[in-house]
Design a protein around this ligand. Structure first.
Ligand code: HEM
Length: 466
């Protein structure tokens, strides 16, 4: 695929620089409206079979370990990449319109289009795509992603304040780091660390960060939330929540409301209580997403540590500084693991107004997809795309480079990006303070392109005391 844009072109580190969007290669001349480039029926079918259906079968809010393992064993990530590459190569990366069960989806495969995707306002290119909203409305019906327009802006402003999106570090960072240190101190006592134990620890941390110590031992709440997320896996093919899903949502929400008045001020629910969120915003309801998002720290940590176990030089570099490990470098390792194995590999939006893209008109209601998991691994765009090279995140502006987007960019960028990165980095740092990773399963070959998918629930790590 194409090389990164030359210095005279759009600035890939600035999501608001949409210069390229005015006339990327393949655009019709000004004043003429070309018809959309429609995929052939076989191409749409191939996309559905190799990319969209496996993503649905894998389970989005609650990944199904058996399906993830099966798809890994048959090499589904390679099929999906081959499909997207073929779509790209047919017309030099021009946007392509695919037909599907939920209507048309415009797939963007060129870096200039991806840059424009991030630069457009979310009022026009909204996050509440149909299938995503059907899924999320089971587990967080009052969440920010399930909305658009004024209501979304109010929900987003509430999230931004509670999560301190515009601040360098979260004001409760110190409290959260203490929570993580306390929980990790129990973990490293055994030489092997399996994913299930790591996951239970992360869930305790999520509850303490969102609700406070009062909820530390409330595993029942997490059982309800996990069962509810499994219901959410089916959301896209159902008409609304099932009675069982409704009961789970109500039980979990009642529990959140019971905790809310007593949540200490530094916790997320405490901050939500003390923040003016606007009358229409269900501030407590946002906690469903905060718990879901913080729970993803478990697979992120497991994959980061597995990558470090397979790259001894990178692990050694973390201890080059006194009072190791070097958290700046460790944070880059977490970012690199997220680039290779993103939590959100497909960024999906919906057009809320009729609009044009490269001079081609599209109707409101058209979906727009950036398969970022595929693009940010493409060596033509990101050198050494399938290799673990954390140093790339230590260069100036890497975090704003639109070729890599584990947290998205622009107005839809994750408001919990710094908090999530801090939590994952601190967790790894605690484990590596007095231990070294000596082995990891599955085994990864650091000299070959890394596998397209890594089933977190199958990861097992061996730690030895320093
Ligand atoms: C730990 C790693 C995390 C990753 C990789 C991640 C990634 C993302 C991505 C890619 C999006 C955009 C989704 C889309 O376009 O559909 C997003 C949205 C969001 N994330 Fe995160 N996230 C993380 C952690 C967190 C945390 C810790 C929180 C809060 C506690 C959080 C809260 C949110 C919210 C509220 C949104 C919706 C934003 C909106 O609709 O404008 N995330 N996240």
């Amino acid at each position: 695929m194409k090389q990164p844009s030359p210095p005279t072109g759009p600035n890939p580190t600035d999501p608001t620089d949409a210069r390229a969007s005015t006339s990327p290669p393949g655009s019709p001349p000004r004043g003429t409206a070309a018809p959309p480039r429609r995929a052939r029926r076989g191409e749409s079918l191939r996309f559905a079979v190799t990319h969209a259906l496996p993503a649905f079968a894998r389970g989005i809010p609650a990944p199904r370990p058996a399906v993830v393992a099966l798809l890994g064993a048959v090499g589904q990530a390679r099929w999906s990449a081959a499909t997207l590459r073929a779509l790209h190569d047919r017309d030099d990366g021009a946007p392509v319109l695919l037909g599907g069960a939920s209507g048309d989806t415009l797939v963007l495969l060129d870096p200039a289009d991806v840059q424009e995707f991030f630069a457009r306002p979310v009022r026009e290119l909204a996050l509440d795509a149909v299938d995503k909203t059907k899924m999320l409305s089971v587990i967080e019906p009052t969440g920010v992603i399930c909305s658009h327009g004024d209501l979304r802006e109010a929900r987003r402003a509430c999230n931004d304040q509670v999560l301190a999106h515009h601040e360098e570090a979260h004001p409760s960072c110190g409290t959260f780091q203490t929570v993580i240190a306390e929980e990790c101190s129990r973990l490293a006592t055994k030489p092997t660390l399996a994913f299930a134990r790591l996951q239970r620890t992360v869930q305790r941390i999520s509850r303490r960060i969102v609700l406070g110590d009062q909820a530390a031992g409330d595993e029942e709440l997490h059982r309800w939330l996990l069962a509810l997320r499994k219901e959410g896996n089916w959301g896209a093919v159902r008409h609304g929540p099932t009675p069982a899903g409704q009961r789970l949502y109500e039980a979990a929400t009642d529990r959140l409301h019971a905790y809310a008045p007593h949540a200490p001020a530094p916790t997320l629910l405490g901050r939500a209580r003390d923040t003016t969120c606007g009358e229409d915003v269900d501030a407590v309801g946002q906690a469903h997403h905060w718990l879901l998002a913080l729970d993803t720290v478990a697979p992120i940590v497991a994959r980061t540590l597995l990558l470090l176990a397979a790259h001894p030089a990178e692990q050694a570099a973390l201890h080059d500084v006194p009072h190791a490990p070097d958290t700046t470098r460790l944070r880059a390792c977490v970012q690199e693991s997220l680039r290779l194995y993103p939590i959100v590999p497909d960024l999906l939006r919906i057009l809320r107004t009729d609009t044009t893209w490269r001079g081609v008109p599209y109707r409101a209601g058209t979906h727009v997809l950036v398969p970022i998991g595929f693009l940010q691994r493409d060596s033509g765009l990101v050198p050494g795309g399938s290799l673990f090279a954390p140093g790339r995140w230590c260069t100036d502006g890497a975090d704003r480079d639109t070729r890599m987007a584990p947290f998205s960019h622009g107005e839809g960028r994750c408001p919990g990006d710094r908090l999530g990165l801090m939590a994952a980095t601190e967790f790894c740092a605690q484990l590596l303070r007095e231990h070294r990773l000596t082995e990891g399963r599955p085994r990864l070959d650091p000299h070959r392109p890394l596998p397209g998918a890594l089933n977190a629930s199958g990861i097992q790590l061996t730690l030895s005391r320093t």
